[in-house]
Design a protein around this ligand. Structure first.
Ligand code: ATP
Ligand code: MG
Length: 333
């Protein structure tokens, strides 16, 4: 079942436009001018119940804007959103009961209160029964190892401790859908590991649907079944990480292990899509553009001159492919 349905949504922000300098500023006050900026442009996707989807893209691509529309914080300029049958920006309160959200840069905890008091307030905001609250609280304290933090004031927590409490506050009412906007930003490897493990377990145990935004590739590789890549407000890829690698990796490597120790490389008709990076008595390592030439074609070229004993491939790393797309080195249709 598709629990999140996003159809042709766009979001335009109005930004004020004024000329440079003091005079420009005064002119603007007397006669304010605005222009519109399209942060999200006509995007559509659906997410199945229980999926963990990575919502990725460069800084400023439109990720947080999308998540704010999904939570009901922002209303789309056009298009439709339905989250488990609810239109978030029309029924924000009703929607709040079924979702949880972490915005890595902001806190939902009460700054001056001890952590446990924030949890109690959240329990009452979500109208949880005493029994439900206590059982959920014990579950989350154990899972995220929070016992020692409960009586500390939020403002005195370290970044990692605060994020663990933030995650706890988000999952305390066991929401069906959770939006995590950079939940691991600035955290050390152990806290990241702890949070990833928690997300995986909750997803498995409760079939929680999770939309995750992160710049940490390890988060994506460890957690996400699927990624949606957004660029300048438009979706440029939606699918599995594996298909993404196959589709967009420009620089894969293949190592051909051969029987003959002599070199016949000079006889092989090379083309621009492949390049020998290493040649020894036992093997030849080739860098090739997998968008243009397949391993089978490469092997066909080499087997005319060599008895091939084995072939090893090293696919390009997900992070490298993303970097190439961000730099504009890889075209994405
Ligand atoms: N309230 C606003 N008014 C005007 N422009 C805005 C507003 N909020 C966001 N923007 C612009 O919309 C674009 C998308 O912003 P958004 O916060 O969605 O990006 P993002 O993908 O979450 O980036 P990051 O990875 O840096 O968090 C940016 O160019 C941003 O400057
Ligand atoms: Mg953002």
């Amino acid at each position: 079942m598709n629990i999140i349905k996003v159809k042709n949504i766009s979001k335009e922000y109005k930004i004020s436009k004024h000329e440079n300098g003091f005079i420009g500023y005064i002119k603007h006050i007397l006669n304010p001018k605005t222009e519109t900026f399209k942060a999200v442009q006509n995007i559509s996707f659906e997410i199945k119940e229980g999926e963990i989807v990575g919502y990725l893209g460069e800084n400023g691509a439109g990720k947080s804007t999308t998540i704010k529309m999904l939570t009901g914080l922002l209303t789309p300029t056009s298009g439709e959103i339905e989250v488990n049958g609810i239109v978030p920006y029309k029924n924000r309160i009703e929607n709040n009961f079924q979702i949880g959200a972490v915005f890595g840069q902001k806190t939902q905890l009460w700054w001056d209160l001890p952590v446990i008091e924030s949890f109690k307030l959240i329990g009452s905001l979500y109208k949880m029964s005493k029994k439900e609250y206590e059982s959920n609280l014990n579950w989350i304290i154990e899972k995220l190892e929070l016992q020692e933090l409960l009586n500390k004031q939020v403002k005195n927590l370290s970044l990692g401790q605060k994020m663990k409490c933030e995650i706890a506050a988000t999952f305390l009412h066991k929401p069906k859908i959770v939006y995590l906007d950079e939940p691991t930003i600035g955290l050390d490897v152990l806290v990241k590991e702890n949070i990833r493990k928690f997300i995986k377990e909750v997803n498995k145990e409760f079939h929680t649907t999770i939309l995750l935004t992160t710049h940490d590739i390890k988060d994506v590789e460890e957690l996400c079944d699927r990624i949606i890549l957004i660029d300048k407000g438009c979706i440029i890829y939606d699918g599995s990480i594996n298909t993404f690698k196959i589709k967009y990796s420009n620089n894969d490597f293949v190592t051909i292990f051969k029987k003959e120790s002599e070199s016949y490389i000079a006889k092989i008709k090379m083309n621009n899509e492949m390049q020998i990076v290493e040649e020894t008595k036992n093997y030849i390592k080739i860098k090739y553009n997998s968008q243009k030439i397949s391993i089978v074609e490469i092997i066909d070229l080499f087997k005319k001159y060599y008895t091939i004993e084995n072939v090893e491939t090293n696919e390009a790393k997900f992070e490298e492919i993303l970097k190439d797309i961000y730099r504009g080195h890889t075209n994405v249709e």
